[in-house]
Ligand binder design. Structure first.
Ligand SMILES: Nc1ncnc2c1ncn2[C@@H]1O[C@H](COP(=O)(O)OP(=O)(O)OP(=O)(O)O)[C@@H](O)[C@H]1O
Length: 245
């Protein structure tokens, strides 16, 4: 569970996130939507203290992140994976080396690291790209490497900041399928910032709406599932059908 209690954040005169509280339940996929500049990225970045709130408390699981020392915070962050719109892979390292990086930081033995890297690449469906470099991959494959890297340390939470915004519709589906699979099989709590309504509708179980730094609503939804684009077109066309013409 993630608990944000009375958090707020300003950048100079800009109130990026006005005082708000939000609870994200264990194991749910939670979408955050809103117009550009609404404060979505700032909000998700406060969930692992990439942005430290000016005021308020951030709890993840049983830990109060806002009260930890830098050393303990680094440790706590190992259980909070994060992925970004631009993937943020290290370009001069192979796929396997990218996934291995967080394991090196924790001090795993080489043999354990290799084993875990293989498991993670297998899980996201790109075991065959083990020795490729990021430049040799499609956008969807790059995001899957980023997801594998985020999963390496067995996180309880996965934060996704616009994970599909650089991807075409078909590749978006691939990534959403992976995220859904993570929730189903690993029980990881997933938070997704997005401006794409299809992303929310397909896999999110709760949605929070931001506007001008404020949380204006938060409610449960019934996701429709991941629909193949072709089927979606047909559904959309049927909705436009004019009766008796
Ligand atoms: N590091 C920063 N320094 C100064 N201002 C910032 C910084 N980060 C965000 N802001 C400002 O805070 C406000 C909220 O930004 P944020 O990126 O959180 O919004 P967003 O909803 O994610 O927008 P978008 O959908 O365009 O990414 C904006 O006015 C933005 O310009």
């Amino acid at each position: 569970m993630i608990e944000l209690i009375d958090i707020e954040k300003s950048f100079g005169d800009i109130k990026a996130v006005r005082p708000l509280s939000l609870t994200i339940h264990k194991g749910e996929i939670h979408g955050i939507v809103g117009t550009s500049g609404a404060g979505k990225s700032t909000l998700i970045r406060m969930m692992n203290l990439l942005e430290r709130p000016d005021k308020g408390t951030v709890r993840v699981g049983s830990q109060n992140l806002t009260s930890l020392t830098e050393r303990d915070l680094r440790k706590a962050r190992q259980r909070i994976g994060m992925i970004f719109q631009q993937f943020q892979l290290v370009l001069n390292r192979t796929v396997a080396e990218n996934v291995e990086m967080p394991l090196e930081l924790v001090g795993f033995k080489k043999s354990e690291r290799k084993k875990r890297v293989k498991e993670c690449l297998q899980f996201v469906g790109i075991a065959d790209k083990h020795d490729a470099y990021p430049a040799e991959l499609s956008g969807g494959q790059k995001q899957r490497v980023a997801i594998a890297r985020a999963l390496a340390n067995h996180p309880s939470v996965l934060l996704c900041d616009e994970p599909t915004s650089s991807l075409d519709p078909e590749t978006t589906l691939e990534v959403l399928q992976v995220l859904h699979h993570i929730k189903q099989t690993l029980g990881v709590t997933i938070v997704i910032v997005t401006h794409e309504m299809d992303v929310i509708k397909s896999i999110c179980e709760r949605v929070s709406i931001m506007k001008n730094g404020q949380l204006i609503d938060s409610f449960a939804i019934q996701p429709v599932g991941i629909i193949q684009k072709e089927d979606q077109y047909i559904e959309d066309l049927r909705k436009l059908a004019v009766v008796n013409k």
